[in-house]
Design a protein around this ligand. Sequence first.
Ligand code: DGJ
Length: 742
Amino acid sequence: MQCLRTRLFQIILMATLATLPSSSRAQDSNNIHYDQATHVFRLDAAGMTYAFGVNNVDALQPIYWGKTLAATDPLPAVHTMPEAASFDSPADTTPNEYAGWGGGLYPEPALKVTFPDGNRDLVLHYVSHAIAGDELKIKLKDIERNLFVELHYTIDPATGIVGRWAVIENKTSTPVMIESAAAATWSLPRGNDYSLRYLSGRWAGEWNLQKQPIRPGETILQSKRGSTGHQNNPWFAIERGEHPDEESGDVWFGALAWSGSWRISVEQDQLQQIRVTGGFNPFDFGYKLEAGKELTTPVFYGGYSGDGIGAASRLLHRFELTKILPQAPAPKVRPVIYNSWEATGFDVDEPGQEALAEKAASIGVERFIMDDGWFGQRKDDHAGLGDWYVNPQKFPHGLKPLIDKVHALGMDFGLWVEPEMVNPNSDLYRKHPDWVLNFTGRPRTEARNQLVLNLARQDVRDYIFHFLDDLLSHNDIAFLKWDYNRNWSEPGWPAVAPDEQKEVYVQYTRNLYSILSELRAKYPKLEIESCSGGGGRVDLGILRLTDEVWPSDNTDPFDRLRIQDGFTYAYTPGVMMAWVTDSPGWLNNRTTSVTYRFLSSMQGSLGVGANLKNWKPEDFATAKQLIEAYKGVRETVQHGSLYRLVSPRDGSEASVTESVSLDRKQGVLFTFLHSSQMGYPFPRVYLRGLDPKMQYRVTPIAGELTKDMPAAASGAYWMSHGVDVQLRGDFQAAAFRFDAAP
Ligand code: DGJ
């Protein structure tokens, strides 16, 4: 009945609109169009079309996502799938933009709720929409109850990346328990020749690119850990066809902007339809939505490229640099940093750090960062977290003398913090044992001798904000390395009612974001790194509030090639911190040259983390020269277009990347040889992305081309004839810049 009434209302509304002059009917923006006759919405930008419509039962049904269609191409009104069998009802088999769990739905629902009377049936129908600029909002409502969902769609004109999220509004008079809430479901064209790429890992072994065929059934990518996690990253890409590669083939990709527990499910149903649903992880989820209140989901971004996964990554990189990062649309280049962790561990003190700072400045470092160990009673990882006062034995006059010294040396100063954690051996825990995540009367599992503060609590949020505010207002600190060194256990919140305790999964992350944004607003020059024992908290949510990330604690320069390669499938090298550390490295005991280590780190944002007290004069000379060279190409490396020319994965003997500046006047080539075999020369490298007609002069950053290579040639030459690099031996590297000749 209600459904008929809604339909009647729509017909009257459409008839009224039809009598208006066409200019008042137009609800379109440049990139979003609505066809009133067919009830079809269409988003177009950057070579991509995304279309869906209101179908015959008033549900939102996907129509198309892929390469741009002509503006005149028909996108007819949509209808539910016919009932193929009593086991394959239309509710089950008809794709849906945002399906409530109800009415016989078996694929992953976007939203699942329980009403206080026990009703768990939710069927969402179109009510209205509005288009403003590059944003479309669509209001859905349950067929019977006043539970509304507002779907948001944004489109980025430069990349065609669509942002989707939902606001769930309880306009009933009683609370509703939300058991799962996704940001969006993405539907791909029907097919059985898709493969899924995703990123897996562990501590010190992040960013492994996985590939598997999509078969009937469901694959779950997720974190149940309270934070993003090392094990899966909230990114996916789906390729179509037998032989997609870096530069050819259809690719659909997406990334969730959420730093708490998350889930992305990839399903192929019984009719070979692909659905990707992502948002809050439904595991242990429960959000009691009071009457009159709303819940906003994270944003799930999705994009399409017809030019392979290399182009898909470049779209994401551009989007992150221009739309996500706090300094978007034009982030500053990352400074060359020094970090004390691998040199001094917890043994930081004023003279030791000042001595390191002097050496760091002498090679051209621009930011000196003191890592763990400076606060409370922190001698090792057993004590101190939570007590954020400067340790008086290590720094008898506070941080000021060190900061002044760093400034006098021409660098700015950064500091490590781990605000969300507490050691049981701390004044804070002794005073507030109830501030940690816990279940009353149950053990509190420690990891690295620490517990997780329950940041969902307002008093914990205030404590963390105030200690950071105090630190920043009393010290000239340009940068915080914000660390987070364990996952959740016993995620209880005994201070609130039992049916509200699971809100911790939402409120914790929101409070984290609110602290970061309040600090940024109060200290506009402050820059922040997201670190979680390496790459455990990297996602588009945290990247809205942090300027860079630490991809891995693994600083072995050879392992890093693979780690960094995997990282760039989802994230721009502009945020990818990479340190040059000591050799042999602590993890693999591998010996490599200073040059090899520098070139590996120069693929991202360069840092030095070695114990400079042990360096020889020739190491300083090499470092100084390479840091200088890096400064001449970092704009291109950090903000240009990345081409992954030879992959370091799958036992590859070599790996090669190239970055090209946006104006195509500079290319930067990094080549690495793992191990020469059978006397073969280094594989010829074919550059990409240069202007074929422009002349480019080649200059070595380190290493040599073969003798027969010209000093200058056209972009066409470097791309079609290729480049021969003189590399032999084990763990060898060379790098070159190609500058447009005036
Ligand atoms: C883990 C980080 O990833 C390291 O870089 C370092 O900051 C340590 N924590 C310090 O405890």
